[in-house]
Ligand binder design. Sequence first.
Ligand code: SF4
Length: 211
Amino acid sequence: MRTLDSMVEAYDLPVVEKIAEEHRADPFRVLIATLLSARTQDATTDAASRRLFARARTPRTLGRLAVPEIERLIYPVSFYRNKARHVKATCRLLQERFNGRVPETMDELLLLPGVGRKTANLVMIVAHRSQDNICVDTHVHRIVNRLGWVRTGAPDETEQALYRAIDRRWWSRINLYLVTWGQRVCRPIGPKCHICAIRDLCPRLGVKKDA
Ligand code: SF4
């Protein structure tokens, strides 16, 4: 983790962290951008988020938009039809139940439409500055299994295993480091082990060949 900490500084921030940095960690933007980012490339999420927030940037104003308009604004993020419905329903629930604010507990975040543990954990870490959460997406799940830190079959299982496997001081940072590393070096197919800064520490479990 110390090696990755020094390496990732050279790279651009992942899209949600970038949006958070530009907007003082506005929890609503972090929440919506995270919802849009699932299974979507960062550049696409970034452009879609900017179009959407240029049109509306609060639960009240965004919740007033019709679903087809939200679809048009966020296209071509993957599953844009489902995501548009979730964005609108989430805005409505934020208004009705949380007074227009993004809740600050996992249990409450998980009530929001389309919000699973990955999204809720990232909102807790990036928007609410929690040090008590680990956000596991496909990059984190894949890399920590290649490293042999856990042996798990699904991201939710990986999250629970990581709370036991790694020092608490790294919990809130592991997503940032491994998403950055997973997008550029430890890619799903053809990881670039030959240029990887942590190669000497990695048993490369399940890796068939180096890019
Ligand atoms: S050595 Fe290869 S498998 Fe291990 S972390 Fe680096 S890129 Fe991933």
